[in-house]
Design a protein around this ligand. Structure first.
Ligand code: ATP
Length: 327
């Protein structure tokens, strides 16, 4: 049993070197029981390497990690009893049927026949795989294979689920099926989920907290909402005119200083106080007889946050001073 409040996953100074290169560099974070937590980062950022260390597939070069209260190097077997894993390069047994794949995993976890039959049927239903029990692994599309992998990871009802890029390259229906089940497992069973993704929307929509990893280093850890609020200056206004050809100088109070992105029939302008600027644009347009077709304000997206934070981290690695970031 894990005490409430104790992190269920904890990394301290976690590091992995390949040769002289630090693929994961002194990473610190803690995941609470019942959280859906994302590692968000571009290709090669160190996401899979982190998952491999946390799940005991690869020893850290430095630092330590605890999962379900067990050190993953000292007590790897005990830690693994609490987890289900879908690694990035995982695959189903091609010669076995859908049902045999799931039952085999149940047997490996020593789950009794009755329980594994019940749970297996339930999981195939949740993932839209009922009716395909007799199909062989090799006959499944990538999306169906990934759903089956999740069924196999969930058959033992793990407290913690590790998913490395669970929806990368999948069709929309499979992405929905997988997201739905992740939410459901988390809500109904309290399953903690640690997933990696390079998909910003996935991290923002699905996860309670997001850690942004870039070049092996964590550059921010927070809720999607808090991450967005760190860059409020990225709020913007999009203005479109009935007749194209209006320039920013026609309607903006200080066009030369503004950050403007041109559109076919208007422009987008970034502003710390978009409401006030929108009013100014409306007043100036009216005064000049310029008709506005649409005027909207936009909050910063997680993509804006990601780009800003990763570019600041790159600047820092080149010696440019940066603000302290939550990590
Ligand atoms: P992706 O989204 O492309 O899978 P990632 O964020 O999961 O990327 P990792 O796979 O952890 O990143 O790789 C981090 C870095 O370590 C990359 O530069 C990668 O080339 C390197 N790397 C990963 N595995 C090995 C290995 N076994 N030997 C040498 N270098 C490796």
């Amino acid at each position: 049993m894990i005490a409430t409040g104790t992190p269920i996953i904890e990394a301290r100074g976690l590091t992995r070197c390949y040769g002289k290169r630090r693929a994961v560099d002194r990473v610190n974070f803690a995941v609470a029981q019942g959280e859906v937590f994302a590692f968000l980062g571009p290709n090669g950022a160190g996401k899979s390497t982190t998952v491999r260390m946390l799940t005991g597939y690869m020893p850290p070069s430095e630092g330590s990690a605890r999962v379900a209260g067990f050190d993953v190097v000292v007590d790897p077997v005990a830690a693994r009893e609490h987890i289900g894993v879908v690694p990035e390069e995982a695959n189903v047994y091609a010669d076995l049927t859908v049902w045999q794949n799931v039952m085999l995993m149940g047997e490996l976890h020593a789950i009794g026949r009755r329980r594994r039959t019940e749970r297996g049927t339930e999981l195939l239903g949740l993932f839209g795989l009922l009716g395909r029990e007799k199909q062989r692994g090799r006959a499944l599309s990538k999306g169906l294979r990934q759903r089956l992998m999740l069924c196999m990871a969930l058959i033992a009802d793990p407290e913690i689920l590790f998913l490395d890029e669970p929806t990368s390259g999948l069709d929309v229906a499979s992405v929905h099926a997988i997201h739905d089940v992740i939410r459901r497992m988390n809500r109904e069973r309290g399953t903690t989920v640690f997933l990696t993704t390079h998909n910003i929307e996935e991290a923002g929509d699905l996860c309670h907290r997001v850690a942004i990893i870039n070049q092996g280093q964590l550059v921010a850890v927070d809720t999607p909402q808090a991450l967005r609020s760190t860059i409020e200056s990225r709020r913007s206004i999009e203005v479109r005119f009935v007749v194209p050809g209006v320039t920013p100088g026609d309607v903006l109070p200080d066009a030369a200083a503004a950050e403007v992105v041109p559109l076919v029939d208007g422009f987008r302008v970034f502003a710390a106080e978009p409401g006030r600027l929108a009013q100014e644009i409306a007043i100036r347009s009216a005064a000049k007889g310029i008709r506005i077709a649409a005027l909207n304000t936009f909050a910063p997206t997680l993509e804006d946050v990601f780009l800003q934070i990763t570019s600041r981290a790159i600047a820092a690695s080149k010696g440019t001073p940066v603000d302290a970031l939550t990590a």
